[in-house]
Design a protein around this ligand. Structure first.
Ligand code: GLN
Length: 231
């Protein structure tokens, strides 16, 4: 007779867009996906007695992948919006974010949002930054697959500004981007990030919220926060 095997942990398929440092990106050496969101979802899964299998895809493909059942969870610095909440379930907010404007380091004409009228603006396709940019009068919007491509276009002089998430812009500036770019104006919009699951999978959404509460209570969230953002 065989001894009972411990139950195999459930594997949760997690989708992300691993070009959004410090939330999710690929470690240059190990090629592993790392970042705040990655650590957080691993801690949440552990709390649920599960394991994660992480796959990276375009940000605008995450909600369709949830709807098609290709992934169980999407964590990708995804802003909770009314529009998206019609298609997916969101966890409780787990990170307070917002949008800021980047211009070239030597630009002295764009000082705030209102100076963007008629300008060329780079954004990431399918994001809240893209939606905000589209409201600007006479602006030419250039949409890129990910944030680093938008930053590169600003550096190359192809656009006048980038509208993107503040913590990601700040991280880019802190990692050498400040040679080429700077932030102007105030926070355009305050946003909350949420973990998305398929609309019909309400049970998973509830489990994630419960596990997130535990991860916050245990101090694990704080540890992960400090690791990626400092004190
Ligand atoms: N927070 C933004 C959004 O939800 C951008 C997310 C991202 O590019 N990963 O649209």
């Amino acid at each position: 007779q065989q001894a009972a095997q411990p139950a195999k942990p459930k594997v949760l398929k997690v989708g992300t867009d691993a070009a959004f440092a410090p939330f999710e990106f690929q470690d240059e050496k190990t090629k592993e996906y790392v970042g705040f969101d990655i650590d957080l979802i691993k801690a949440i899964a552990k709390q649920m007695g599960a394991e994660v299998q992480i796959q990276s895809m375009g940000f605008d493909g995450l909600i369709p992948a949830l709807e098609a059942g290709q992934i169980d969870i999407a964590i990708a610095g995804m802003t909770i919006t009314e529009e998206r909440a019609k298609k997916v379930n969101f966890s409780k907010p787990y990170y307070k974010s917002g949008l800021t404007i980047l211009v070239k380091a030597d630009n002295n004409t764009i000082k705030s949002f209102k100076d963007l009228e008629g300008k060329k603006i780079a954004v990431q396709i399918g994001t809240t930054g893209a939606m905000e940019a589209k409201k600007i009068k006479d602006a030419v919007i250039r949409e890129f697959n990910n944030a680093p491509e938008a930053f590169m276009e600003l550096k190359a002089g192809g656009v006048d500004a980038v509208i993107n998430d503040k913590p990601v812009n700040d991280y880019y500036l802190s990692q050498g981007g400040a040679k080429d770019a700077k932030t102007v104006g105030d926070l355009l919009k305050s946003e909350d990030y949420g973990i998305a699951t398929a609309k019909k999978n309400t049970e998973l959404a509830q489990k994630i919220d419960k596990a997130l509460d535990e991860v916050i209570k245990s101090g694990e969230y704080e540890k992960i926060y400090v690791k990626w953002f400092g004190k």
